[in-house]
Design a binder for this molecule. Structure first.
Ligand code: UN1
Length: 551
């Protein structure tokens, strides 16, 4: 079966003759059989095993079945990427950029369908899915024109009749592994610059968003991407993901780009390190947000609330430790808790005006509940929250039938101190841990005290404090009078400390992660000239100037 054009997602499903597995989903959408895409061909897994993608906001709604890829499937994909590399890397960069631009334009045409598909597959609100697909579009448009730059330099030689140049060269085959919380923007952050630089990719889709990944990979082909440049494999992190990383030991991959947890990132870094394979690692965060007395308190409440509970707290940039100066603590917390206690929650595909929807999957839900146990064990004081939302355990702002999906209360714990585990642990979901600060220095010290260094924020109207926060915080990203989330598609994204290995995504900075510098010298003199040795030496003036007459 080859990859054809498609209109809306539904007609795509029908036109391409996919086997519809189940017609009786409660929302009327069919479940389909999805495939790996290797060298442009749609493939099942070698042993025929599959896994299911379910709508976490409505667990009875099945999106489809996808191949549980075997090691051989992953190796086939890597071989296909290797085969496609010579031709793609020698395609002029502006032409590669044009294909990327086509992808952006197709995403614009399909935006509405993709937003619905993403919301259905991971439970994120339609509004946020719209923002995320837009981020993928913006990334394509940005890198379309980067294809017309991808500049190298001309460098002056120390020898006559000789020229020096630098070129950006692609690394080769890139293994791409992303998480399901940002299943369209983040893989585009990775693959778009990768292919713009002339690399080819094997993309392991996140286990909780295989259908969206499949649709995105098909759109990439529809945009004119040659077969084998991006190969899609589905499966589990511990299966296909692991085989992809292990292929570094076999010399089959030249780069791994990973977004996910710090422990998994460290394992990937070890494998890549011992093979000298380039690794981009975007890992966890326990992002601090500081509120100082000079801040506009309403604005700070809005920012902290969105940072903590937008996306149901399932962003690596979500607010972790809310650090509030003691002089404004009571005022801030009373306004903050008014918002938290009236949070609107539910499936945004069926209910308007919700702040957040379900957890990404049942597994994300289970892990979140385990994370809450850390706060309880530490003795932090719970101000709000009651674990999983069920029809017997409903907050006022819940819309719909809670037992249909995996929904969580918003949680706030106060009296959190530096010696507690919950101060240091990333708890992925709707929970904020609140810490009281004595003064600015104490707040900055607390903001730096977690092992992570991804995002950070400070609300203040004192310019010197803002300056001291910017210069004193150790983090990859900082918001002044803004929330911890909300990266733009052309600013560098990434962290320090336990949040990553220093690589960056987005903007011109990501190009460093998908290319290497090639230095070329062109000797035009027709003879061997030795650098450093045959260089003409300029003598300094022998005679000393006589300044005596000037005295
Ligand atoms: C992530 O959670 O992995 O800045 C990425 C933000 C988003 C990206 C988050 N644009 O919060």
């Amino acid at each position: 079966m080859s990859i054809g054009r498609f209109g809306t997602y539904m007609t795509h499903v029908l036109e391409t003759g996919f086997e519809i597995m189940k017609k009786e989903n409660p929302n009327g959408s069919p479940a389909i059989r999805g495939y790996n895409i290797i060298a442009g061909r749609l493939c099942n897994s070698g042993d025929g095993r599959t896994f299911t993608s379910k709508n976490p906001a409505w667990l009875e709604d099945t999106l489809g079945e996808f191949p549980l890829s075997t090691k051989e499937d992953v190796h086939d994909a890597l071989r296909a990427a290797r085969e496609a590399f010579p031709s793609w890397s020698s395609t002029p960069a502006p032409t590669r950029g044009q294909v990327i631009g086509n992808m952006g334009r197709l995403l614009m045409e399909r935006k509405e369908d993709l937003v619905r598909l993403q919301a259905r597959e991971i439970g994120k609100t339609m509004k946020e899915c719209g923002g995320e697909i837009q981020e993928a579009i913006d990334t394509c448009l940005f890198f379309q024109s980067e294809g017309r730059r991808l500049y190298g330099q001309t460098v002056n030689s120390e020898l006559p009749d000789k020229e020096l140049f630098t070129y950006r060269r692609p690394l080769g085959v890139c293994g791409i592994i992303n998480a399901s919380n940002f299943p369209s923007a983040v893989p585009f952050w990775k693959m778009i610059p990768a292919i713009m630089c002339g690399n080819t990719c094997v993309w392991k889709s996140p286990q909780d968003s295989p259908l969206l990944s499949f649709a995105l990979a098909r759109i990439m082909h529809e945009a004119g991407l040659p077969d084998g440049v991006i190969n899609l494999i589905h499966g589990k992190g511990s299966g296909a993901g692991q085989y992809l990383v292990d292929s570094a030991d076999l010399g089959m991959v030249d780069k791994i780009s990973f977004t996910g947890s710090t422990p998994v990132g460290k394992m990937i870094g070890e494998t890549c390190g011992r093979n000298l394979v380039s690794a981009s690692l975007e890992l966890g965060g326990k992002n601090p947000l500081v509120v100082m007395p000079s801040a506009n308190i309403e604005n700070a409440v809005e920012g902290a609330y969105w940072a903590g509970f937008g996306t149901a707290g399932q962003r690596c940039t979500s607010l972790g430790n809310l650090i509030v100066h003691e002089d404004v603590y009571d005022e801030f917390m009373s306004k903050f808790m008014d918002k938290v206690s009236t949070t609107q929650i539910g499936d945004s595909m069926r209910h308007e005006g919700v702040l957040y929807g379900s957890m990404i999957s049942e597994k994300y839900g289970e892990d979140f509940l385990k994370g809450l146990e850390i706060c309880e064990k530490d003795g932090a004081v719970k101000l709000w929250g009651s674990g999983r939302i069920t029809n017997q355990n409903l907050p006022d702002g819940f819309h719909g039938d809670a037992d249909e999906g995996v929904y969580m209360w918003p949680h706030v714990y106060e009296n959190v101190t530096e010696d507690m585990e919950c101060f240091h642990e990333e708890i992925f979901g709707p929970v904020v841990t609140v810490v009281k600060a004595r003064d600015f220095d104490d707040a900055l010290r607390l903001a730096n005290a977690s092992p992570f260094g991804l995002s950070s924020a400070c609300y203040t109207n004192d310019r010197l404090e803002a300056f001291r926060f910017k210069t004193g915080i150790k983090a990859g990203m900082t918001g002044i009078n803004n929330s911890t989330t909300g990266a733009e598609a052309h600013l560098p994204f990434g962290g320090v400390k336990e949040s990553g290995n220093g690589s960056r995504e987005s903007g011109i900075w990501v190009i460093e992660s998908y290319s290497y510098w090639h230095a070329v010298n062109d000797e035009l003199s027709g003879k061997l000239q030795l650098a450093q040795m045959d260089v003409e030496e300029i003598e300094m003036e022998e005679a000393e100037a006589d300044y005596s007459g000037l005295a």
